[in-house]
Design a protein. Structure first.
Length: 370
């Protein structure tokens, strides 16, 4: 759910403190000229304060306190509220002209997932959306360039929806307390994470988040938005703060875990890169960084030599695959996915050995590491 702070009532109109000053003078039977004389302020200044053209300064407030016997704190608070109201009016007018970007955002889905709240009126909805992105105008919303998308096939992508998905990942990552990134610790952690592939989401998500946070990596799962066409993303929020973001776009366990280890490969091999790397598929025909990340993921999940020995000594069957998976300490679906990728199995064979993940069984809140 998007975080918000309770604010005081914002009236449609607020009188300047000069009106209160004029009422006070009339009650005391003083003229503007007499107030100017007693305070030592120019008559023009007093008149401009009453008209709302000039602000009541701390010095003037102290003088009013002595002459009018009204506390300086009252005048300063009155002035502060009035100036804040004026600033809000100007801000609302500016935002009123900056609402067209709402047409590009999947607001319904963002609200349904609790990222933002639905507001009445475009101006208020624009303010809610800008607050979500942490920017003052739509021009400041960071849209990802097409070049960052390591895609193997053309999908219709909405850059605004993608920006929203990435922003949600950034916000969730900020909730995870991580130690400074340590590549050696992370590599060692990845070896122990393999065993989590046999567990169900409520358990492995918590453990995965804690293990990676201890090595300095924030891992977040963020539900895909329409037309984001993304399986995973890697980026560095700072020189020692890498983030792995996954979407469950391909909901089988082999694809989800391969996506994690693929992104982990980017983290391990490309320390502190400021570029955002996005994937929709993990194709060997892509650039060398993607090929390296693919190879890293495959070797981490199933060492190539072990797989080759298995294929030499056993016929492929559900039972043999289960036995090999058990010997490797991984889920059978991962073995099936690897064999299918290497065209040792037809894509339709042994699919029942894969587990399907769904968001309705996913932890609602991102676990935090303490």
């Amino acid at each position: 759910m998007s975080k918000s702070f309770k604010t005081a009532y914002n009236p449609d109109y607020m009188s300047p403190p000069g009106e209160t000053l004029q009422e006070t003078l009339e009650m005391l039977g003083l003229s503007q000229a007499e107030l100017a004389e007693r305070t030592g302020r120019p008559k023009k200044t007093i008149n401009e304060i009453i008209q709302g053209k000039a602000a009541i300064t701390p010095e003037t407030a102290l003088q009013f306190e002595l002459v009018l016997r009204v506390p300086a704190a009252f005048w300063l608070a009155r002035e502060s509220k009035y100036r804040a109201w004026l600033a809000r009016q100007d801000e609302d007018a500016r935002i009123e002209k900056d609402v067209s970007f709402l047409d590009d955002l999947p607001l319904k889905e963002m609200a349904a997932q609790g990222w933002i709240q639905k507001r009445k009126g475009k101006r208020e909805q624009a303010k809610e959306a800008l607050s979500f992105f942490g920017v003052v105008s739509s021009a400041k919303i960071p849209l990802v360039e097409e070049a960052a998308f390591r895609r193997s096939s053309a999908f219709a992508t909405n850059p605004w929806a993608l920006a929203a998905w990435l922003r949600k990942g950034e916000l969730d990552a900020q909730e995870i307390q991580c130690r400074p990134y340590n590549p050696e610790s992370f590599l060692k952690t990845l070896s122990s994470i393999r065993s989590l592939t046999t567990k169900e989401p409520p358990s492995f998500v918590t453990e995965l988040t804690k293990l990676c946070a201890d090595a300095g990596v924030a891992v977040v799962f963020v539900q895909e938005l329409p037309k984001t066409s993304v399986s995973g993303a890697t980026r560095w929020l700072s020189h020692n703060r890498p983030v792995i973001q996954l979407s469950l776009r391909h909901k089988t366990d082999d694809m989800v875990w391969f996506a994690f280890f693929h992104e982990a490969g980017h983290v391990y091999h490309e320390h502190a890169k400021r570029e955002i790397l996005l994937e929709d598929k993990f194709d060997e025909s892509l650039d060398h960084r993607e090929t390296a990340a693919n190879r890293f993921a495959m070797d981490m999940l199933i060492p190539t030599a072990d797989l080759q020995n298995f294929l030499k000594r056993e016929e492929l069957s559900p039972d043999s695959i289960r036995r090999f998976a058990k010997s490797q300490g991984i889920a059978p679906g991962i073995v099936v996915g690897r064999l299918q990728h290497q065209r040792k199995l037809d894509w339709k064979r042994y699919r029942d050995l894969k587990r399907n993940f769904s968001w309705d069984k996913w932890p609602v809140k991102t676990p935090t590491y303490v």
